[in-house]
Design a protein. Structure first.
Ligand SMILES: *Cc1c(COP(=O)(O)O)cnc(C)c1O
Length: 406
């Protein structure tokens, strides 16, 4: 039985659209969003999809249709959200280095809130809001100093990380914000890391923010919302991921009688397992007694293995077509770090199609042109229908911004 995405086989998709190819299932996007809504129903949170996980316009549009808000980290991502019908008043702007131009764009667009990460950023937002004769809605990103127990490159909630405002400086930062005339303090937020496979750090982060919220209330700073960020892990291999219902129950218990609206910023857990990357085997080669399956997708299409030693499950699209053997699955890029998998049992012959699983998040959104490789096409599947949601980049498009002017 060939592997399918909804009602279409990967083999057919590769023949129609070529490889490498990102394939997304709309039904999986919908059910991932519904899982959050169901688990957190009692708290009726604003779910703000983190666009950096997968910024394709059709993915954004689908989440907008489902009622999602958005978490953005650049003016570029705000432009995507607006272009795809997302609502600015449900959009949160995170990130440690917002430029003046980005802040102005966001203010003029009427975004819901800036998640502010430092005192100089507060001053910059205040100055720009004053110039535009408006008040900027702000939340402070507090670094709760909990160990997210994930890969160090995607751990953000420790003091040693560049993100957020340290807990011991938080009260002072809020008082400073309150002293600025063009800010409207509406919330508090944190985001401790990504691909978290334990629930405890997420709950602990929430718990650590509560005494601060009560202290601020005593200063007359009343907050409207608490934003717990994203970070819920997904199954790549055989991880036991946090149970959303248990997360919701723990948060509900902690928030108790406080009248705080809950905001969540999930990225990976909404799109990661809705996507696959299809890649064709170019060659099978041996160096000494080591086997290499050389495929047409590379680290420019899927950077996670090279960047974080991440695991992605890889299967032949026509299972049991040939006997599996141990191999590294590698791309054509001239870097030793260009691999999709190491020491993996795989059934693969030249010309076979491989399905790289869990490639909906941080795959196409991290893609680049290294080795002058055009970016791959993306298709969205709905039942028996396949729509191209990004066409394969052409060589002309890749060179279009450059000038040969010597
Ligand atoms: C990346 C990011 C998210 C999304 O994280 P996931 O692990 O993909 O859920 C949410 N909030 C902020 C501030 C982020 O930087």
């Amino acid at each position: 039985m060939s592997l399918h995405c909804e009602n279409i086989s990967y083999t057919e998709l590769a023949e129609r659209f070529g490889t490498p190819l990102y394939v997304y299932s709309q039904a999986e996007l919908d059910s991932a969003f519904a899982r959050y809504q169901t688990a957190f129903a009692a708290l009726a949170p604003l779910i703000c999809y983190a666009v950096k996980a997968n910024g394709n316009l059709s993915v954004i549009r689908r989440f907008a249709e489902l009622g999602s808000g958005f978490d953005i980290v650049s003016g570029g991502e705000l432009a995507r959200v607006l272009a795809a019908g997302g609502r600015a008043d449900k959009t949160i702007f995170s990130g440690v280095g917002k430029s003046a131009a980005e802040i102005e764009f966001a203010l003029k667009s009427g975004i819901k809130c800036f998640n502010v990460e430092s005192l100089p950023e507060l001053d910059r937002i205040n100055e720009i809001a004053g110039r535009l004769k408006t008040a900027a809605p702000v939340s402070l990103r507090i670094n709760p100093d909990v160990d997210a127990q994930t890969h160090p490159y995607i751990s953000t909630g420790l003091k040693a990380n560049k993100f957020g405002i340290a807990m011991e400086d938080a009260e002072r930062a809020y008082l400073h914000a309150a002293s600025l005339p063009h800010l409207n303090i509406i919330g508090i937020d944190c985001h401790i890391g990504s691909q978290l496979i334990k629930l405890e750090p997420l709950v602990e982060a929430c718990e650590r923010l509560l005494p601060l919220i009560d202290k601020l209330a005593a200063h007359g700073i009343g907050l409207q919302h608490i934003d717990l960020g994203g970070g819920v892990g997904i199954v790549y291999q055989n991880e036991e991921t946090p149970d959303l219902a248990a997360y919701a129950a723990a948060v509900q218990k902690l928030l108790g009688g406080r009248s705080l609206k809950l905001i969540l910023e999930p990225g990976r857990s909404l799109v990661g397992n809705a996507g696959a990357l299809l890649t064709r085997v170019e060659f099978v080669k041996q160096n000494g007694d080591k086997n290499f399956v050389v495929v047409d997708a590379a680290m420019n299409d899927l950077m996670r293995p090279a960047l974080y030693q991440a695991y992605h499950h890889i299967e032949n699209a026509e299972p049991s077509i040939s006997a599996p053997f141990a191999a590294d699955i590698v791309g054509p890029i001239c870097e030793t770090g260009d691999f999709l998998a190491k020491d993996r049992m795989i059934s693969a012959r030249a010309g076979d199609l491989l399905v790289v699983r869990s490639a909906g998040a941080y795959a196409s959104s991290m893609a680049g042109n290294y080795n002058t490789r055009p970016r791959a096409a993306e298709v969205l599947i709905n039942g028996s229908e396949a729509k191209i949601v990004r066409h394969r980049e052409t060589l002309e498009e890749m060179l279009a911004n450059e000038r040969d002017c010597l």
